[in-house]
Design a binder for this molecule. Structure first.
Ligand SMILES: C[S@@+](CC[C@H](N)C(=O)[O-])C[C@H]1O[C@@H](n2cnc3c(N)ncnc32)[C@H](O)[C@@H]1O
Length: 238
């Protein structure tokens, strides 16, 4: 069991302990009714560019909602490591692994900020979690340093639309409220730190705004040369 290191972390763990049991159902409405969550997960996994036999970290994996997509991508010869801070979320992930008979997924209970990424990992994914991690820039940097040449870091998460009035932003991001102070989240603007860190640490960055700017998909890769990497555009929107 990981002992919380501060009040914010304590609150986050307590919140996810309460949410774990029904997370798979309630998260379908996350961040808002009508948001194509399954499609965005699929898109994120595709963006990893995984091949059969690859290794991938699912950072802050929660109950393992990405596992079936990752399994399809890496096949039985690949390796998946799910990392999360909350024991109750990992317990659900463990049940999912057992129910599906997956033998190539291991789970690690750890704070993303202190996690030692295994050197040479082929890809790292994080969905709906990085903006909750105050040290998100450091986590991006640690992961980027561990990636194999050409390996990709993919983050799917929530943000505030750039042009939304403050009051509407408060309303629209109510889903974040249980996990952290919404005011603190708005002030901290973690998606900007994630974008800056990915730009600084990876060979290229493709940043796509999703669902009217309330979410984003960020894809960066570690190129074989400083100017290398797989060809990608930037600043797309849909
Ligand atoms: C909204 S859930 C997302 C879970 C999963 N990635 C998904 O897409 O369904 C956020 C998860 O992040 C985890 N989390 C939050 N802060 C973390 C940290 N510092 N280190 C590791 N996990 C963290 C929580 O325990 C929770 O399981």
């Amino acid at each position: 069991m990981v002992a919380p290191t501060n009040r914010t972390q304590e609150r986050l763990i307590a919140t996810y302990r309460k949410k774990a049991k029904h997370y798979d159902i309630t998260s379908r409405l996350y961040p808002a009714p009508g948001y194509p969550q399954r499609a965005q997960r699929l898109r994120s996994v595709r963006a990893l560019g995984l091949r059969p036999g690859d290794s991938v970290i699912d950072m802050a994996c929660g109950t393992g909602l990405n596992f079936s997509l990752l399994e399809k991508a890496v096949g039985p010869g690949g390796r998946i490591v799910g990392v999360d801070l909350t024991d109750a979320m990992l317990a659900r992930a463990k049940d999912r692994i057992a129910a599906n008979g997956w033998s190539n997924i291991s789970l690690v209970q750890a704070d993303a900020a202190g996690f030692g990424f295994p050197a040479g990992v082929n890809a790292i994914l994080s969905t709906y979690a990085m903006t909750q991690v105050p040290e998100c820039a450091e986590v991006i940097a640690h992961g980027a340093a561990a990636l194999s040449a050409g390996g990709r870091w993919v983050v799917l998460d929530l943000k505030l639309p750039d042009s939304l009035p403050g009051w509407l932003a408060q309303l629209g991001t109510a889903t974040v409220r249980p996990f952290a102070s919404i005011d603190e989240w708005i002030m901290r603007r973690p998606w900007e730190a994630i974008r800056a860190a990915m730009q600084a640490e990876l060979a290229d960055l493709r940043w796509t705004e999703l669902f009217f700017g309330t979410a984003f998909l960020a894809v960066g890769s570690r190129g074989p040369e400083p100017s290398g990497g797989r060809p990608q555009g930037s600043g797309q929107s849909d």
